[in-house]
Write a protein that binds this ligand. Structure first.
Ligand code: WT7
Length: 708
C-alpha cells in the first residue's frame, strides 16, 4: 500500500517536478496541499485511515467483500475472485443478484416516498419532476413487462438505447436489468450512423429511443436518427425488428418523421397494457453482463466495454459511498450525460444502489445563462455536485462572479474526465464551493467501471491538479517504456498501470476477447500462462507522474485518443469519417489545445487528383464527421494539404501535423521521405484563424507519438 499523507502540509510548491525530464508536461508546477473543510471531515462516511489497512495488498482480494456486502444478494458468492482465466477475472463467483432490485425494490420499505430522481427539464417554464422510489418501482416494472412481453427480450439479449437525458433513460436501464437483458446506451448526441454501428456490434434487434428533447433552447427531433441507425445496422448485417419510442411529452409529438408501420411503436400507446404489472427481478450471476458501453480506442472500431453485474455494482456502490461520500439523504447532482460511463456509474447505479436522490438535468448546464447550474442547485438543495473541468472552465470564463451571487451550498464537489488546471481548481473551490466543500478529482476510465485515483475526502488533503493517491484496494504503478517501475518522487513520468484486478474492471470487449487482452494486458504481462494476478498489470494508456507524497498527476493519453470536453474520440474514427468523402485521399486527425474543451480535433486531408475546390471538400469532410460520429467531434480546422508528412514506410507522421496545429517546433523531420512538405503545410495552417494557445511541446510529445 502506498503511504499517503493524512495531515495537510500546505506548503506551496512542495516537491516541484524535475523540469529537465523531457517527458513531463510541465505546464504547471506541483501544488501544495489543502485540508478539506473540517465541517466536511466531521460528517464523512469514512474518516478513519484504517480503511487503507482493511484494503491493504495483504487483504486483497477479500477486502472487496466490504463493497459486495453493501448489496442484496439472492445467493451469496462462493469465491471472491476467480483468476483461473486471466485476464478474464471473475468477481464474487457463485453469487446471484439483480441490479434493478438493488437500485429500486430494496429501498421501498424505508424510503418509498423519498425521491429517487429529480428531473429538471431544460425549459425553466416546465415543472421539475420528483420521482419517488415507489413510482420508480412502478415505472420500471411496467417497462420491464413491455420489454419482455411485447419486445420479446430475454435474459442475455442485448438491447440498444439511443436516449437523451430524461427519466426514461434510467427507467429503461433498470427495466432491462430487471429481466437480465444487457443494455447498450448510445450517447443521445451521437449520430444515427454511430448508433447503428453499435446496434450491429452488440447484436441488438430492439432499439429504444425518444421522439425529441430540448437542448440549448432548441427542440431536437431525435427520432430523425432512427432511419440512419437502422440502415447502418442493417448494412452490417443486423436487423432491427422493433423500435420503441418514448414520448418526451405524451400526447404531443416532437418528431416530424412518420413512424414506420410494424417496426416503430410509441411506448405511450403500449404501456397502458402493463399498468400495475410486476416483473420479478431475474437473479443474475454476479459475472453476467449488466451493460455494454462503447468507447473509442486506437483503432477505428469502437469497443464495447462489457461490465458485470455483481463486481461492477459493488464497486460503484462502494466508491460512491467512500469517495463521493454519498448518503441516502443527499441531493446529488452529476452533470454527466448517462450516455457516458460517468452517468452509468455515478448518475444511475451508484447513487440509486445507495438509496440517494440523483438529479437528472435534460439540457446544457449553461443554458439559458451561466447561472443556471447555481439556480438548479439552490432550488433543489443539491449538496453534492459532480461535473467536468470543461464546464468549470467555461463558467469561470463567462461568469466568474456568478456563483457568489447564488445560494448553492455544497459539501462535496467532484470533477472527472480530464485534468483540471490548479487555477481553475481554485476558482471552483473558492467561488463555487465557497471554501466549504471538499473537492475530489477522480481519475478513471470507461473500462474501469469506477474510480481508480482520487483522494478519500474524509481522510486526505486535496492537491489542485493531482487526482490523488489510489482509492482503497487499487495498487497503481508507473512503468517506463521497458516495463520498469518508476519511483515515486523521481520527477519522471511513465505509463500508469494497475497491478491488481478490482471488481469494477470491464470483463472483456464484447465479441473480441483477443483485442481485450492485446489492448490492456499484453504489453507488460510477465507470463501469459500465469494465473497469478500479479503477472497481469492493467495498462490504462495514460501518462502520469507520482509525487513523493504518493499523489498521481495524470498527464493525458498516450495513444491515438483525443479528449474533447472529457469525451474520448479515436483519431482513427475521425480519419475514417474523412475518408468517407470520396475525393479525400488521406486524412489525419490531431489534438489542438482548446481553452475550454481541453482539446479539439484538427483535421488534415489531401485530395485525389481532379477533386473539386478545397473549401468544398473541407465542408463535406466536416459534415461527414458530424454525421458519422456526432457534433462532439466537429473539428476546429480542416486543412487541405498537398501531401502528408510521411515516413519511409508511408506512415503519416501525426506528430509533425500536431506540432504545426499547435504552433510548436515540428522537431526532427529528417526521417521523413518528404521533409519539404512541412513548410508548405505550415503555410496552409498560418492562413487559418487560430485562437488556440497551442499545446506545449512536452504535452505534444506525449499525446501524439508515432511508431515508425
Ligand atoms: C480518460 C478516460 C472517467 C470517466 C469519464 C471519462 C482521462 C479521466 C481524469 C482526471 C485527468 C482524466 C484519462 C482517461 N481522465 N479522468 N480526473 N484527470 N485525466 O472516461 O471517456 O473512458 O476517458 O479520461 O485520460 O484515460 P473515458
Amino acid at each position: 500500500m502506498s503511504e499517503v499523507p493524512t495531515r495537510a502540509t500546505n506548503r506551496a510548491g512542495a516537491s516541484p517536478t524535475d523540469p529537465s525530464s523531457p517527458s513531463i508536461d510541465a505546464r504547471w508546477k506541483e501544488e501544495g496541499t489543502i485540508p478539506p473543510p473540517a465541517r466536511f471531515t466531521a460528517q464523512a462516511n469514512v474518516r478513519n485511515p484504517t480503511i487503507f489497512e482493511r484494503f491493504s495488498e495483504e487483504r486483497f482480494p477479500a477486502c472487496f467483500e466490504e463493497y459486495a456486502r453493501l448489496l442484496d444478494w439472492s445467493t451469496p458468492w462462493k469465491t471472491v475472485l476467480d483468476t483461473s482465466h486471466p485476464p478474464f477475472w471473475r468477481w464474487f463467483e457463485g453469487g446471484t443478484l439483480n441490479a434493478s432490485h438493488n437500485c429500486v425494490d430494496r429501498h421501498l420499505a424505508e424510503r418509498g416516498d423519498q425521491p429517487a430522481m429529480i428531473f429538471v427539464p431544460e425549459d425553466e417554464a416546465e415543472a421539475v419532476q420528483y420521482i419517488a422510489y415507489r413510482e420508480l418501482h412502478q415505472r420500471v416494472n411496467e417497462f420491464a413487462a413491455l420489454l419482455r412481453d411485447f419486445a420479446g427480450l430475454r435474459r442475455g439479449d442485448r438491447v440498444t438505447f439511443h436516449l437523451p437525458m430524461t427519466p426514461e433513460l434510467p427507467i429503461s436501464m433498470l427495466a432491462a436489468a430487471r429481466i437480465g437483458a444487457v443494455h447498450c446506451e448510445v450517447f443521445g448526441g451521437f449520430s444515427g450512423a454511430a448508433c447503428g454501428t453499435r446496434i450491429a456490434d452488440s447484436g441488438s434487434r430492439v432499439l429504444v429511443t425518444m421522439d425529441g428533447y430540448s437542448r440549448n433552447g432548441r427542440t431536437i427531433d431525435h427520432f430523425a436518427n432512427v432511419e440512419a441507425a437502422v440502415r447502418s445496422a442493417e448494412s452490417m448485417g443486423q436487423r432491427v425488428d422493433k423500435v420503441l419510442v418514448w414520448s418526451r411529452h405524451p400526447g404531443r409529438s416532437l418528431t416530424t418523421h412518420p413512424l414506420k408501420d410494424g417496426r416503430d411503436h410509441r411506448i405511450e400507446d403500449l404501456i397502458g397494457r402493463y399498468a400495475g404489472k410486476r416483473v420479478d427481478p431475474e437473479p443474475m450471476a454476479s459475472t453476467d453482463p449488466l451493460f455494454l458501453m462503447y468507447t473509442s480506442g486506437t483503432t477505428g472500431k469502437p469497443k464495447g466495454c462489457q461490465h458485470s453485474t455483481g463486481g461492477y455494482l459493488a464497486y460503484v456502490t462502494g466508491t460512491a459511498k467512500y469517495v463521493l461520500d454519498l448518503k441516502p439523504e443527499d441531493i446529488y447532482w452529476c452533470t454527466a450525460d448517462i450516455g457516458w460511463i460517468t452517468g452509468h456509474s455515478y448518475v444511475v447505479y451508484g447513487p440509486l444502489a445507495i438509496g440517494g436522490t440523483t438529479v437528472l438535468y435534460e439540457g446544457v448546464p449553461s443554458y439559458p445563462d451561466p447561472s443556471r447550474s447555481w439556480r438548479i442547485s439552490e432550488r433543489l438543495g443539491v449538496n453534492i455536485f459532480h461535473t467536468s473541468p470543461t464546464l468549470i472552465r467555461q463558467l469561470r470564463k463567462t461568469a466568474p462572479e456568478e456563483p457568489h451571487r447564488h445560494g448553492q451550498k455544497f459539501r462535496l464537489m467532484a470533477t472527472v474526465g480530464e485534468p483540471i488546471e490548479p487555477e481553475v481548481w481554485r476558482w471552483f473551490y473558492d467561488e463555487v464551493g465557497k471554501g466549504e466543500a471538499a473537492v475530489v478529482d477522480t481519475w478513471w476510465q470507461t473500462e474501469t467501471g469506477g474510480f481508480l485515483c482520487s483522494t478519500v475526502p474524509g481522510i486526505h488533503p486535496m492537491k489542485p491538479g493531482s487526482a490523488g493517491p489510489a482509492v482503497p484496494g487499487i495498487f497503481p504503478v508507473i512503468l517506463d517504456e521497458d516495463g520498469r517501475p518508476i519511483e515515486r518522487g523521481s520527477g519522471h513520468a511513465g505509463i500508469i498501470c494497475i497491478r491488481n484486478p478490482w471488481p469494477g474492471i470491464m470483463q472483456t470487449i464484447w465479441g473480441d476477447p483477443h483485442r481485450f487482452l492485446e489492448q490492456y494486458y499484453s504489453r507488460f504481462c510477465r507470463d501469459e500462462k500465469s494465473t497469478d494476478w500479479r503477472d497481469w498489470p492493467y495498462v490504462t494508456g495514460d501518462g502520469a507522474i507520482q509525487g513523493a507524497d504518493g499523489y498521481f498527476r495524470i498527464l493525458g493519453r498516450l495513444d491515438d485518443v483525443i479528449k474533447v470536453a472529457g469525451h474520448r474520440l479515436g483519431a482513427k474514427e475521425l480519419e475514417s469519417a474523412c475518408l468517407k468523402v470520396p475525393e479525400v485521399a488521406e486524412a489525419a486527425a490531431v489534438p489542438l489545445a482548446d481553452e475550454l474543451k481541453g482539446r479539439v480535433p484538427d483535421i488534415y486531408i489531401s485530395l485525389k487528383p481532379g477533386a473539386p475546390p478545397a473549401a468544398e471538400v473541407a465542408a463535406r469532410v466536416r459534415s461527414s464527421i458530424v454525421e458519422l460520429i456526432g457534433k462532439v467531434a466537429a473539428p476546429q480546422h480542416v486543412y487541405v494539404v498537398d501531401d502528408m508528412p510521411k515516413t519511409r514506410s508511408g506512415k503519416i507522421m501525426r506528430r509533425v501535423l500536431a506540432a504545426l496545429s499547435n504552433g510548436v517546433d515540428a522537431g526532427d523531420t529528417t526521417t521523413l521521405v518528404n521533409p519539404e512538405i512541412v513548410a508548405s503545410i505550415r503555410k496552409v495552417v498560418a492562413q487559418a484563424p487560430r485562437a488556440s494557445p497551442g499545446l506545449s511541446a512536452e504535452a505534444l510529445h506525449k499525446e501524439v507519438r508515432d511508431t515508425e
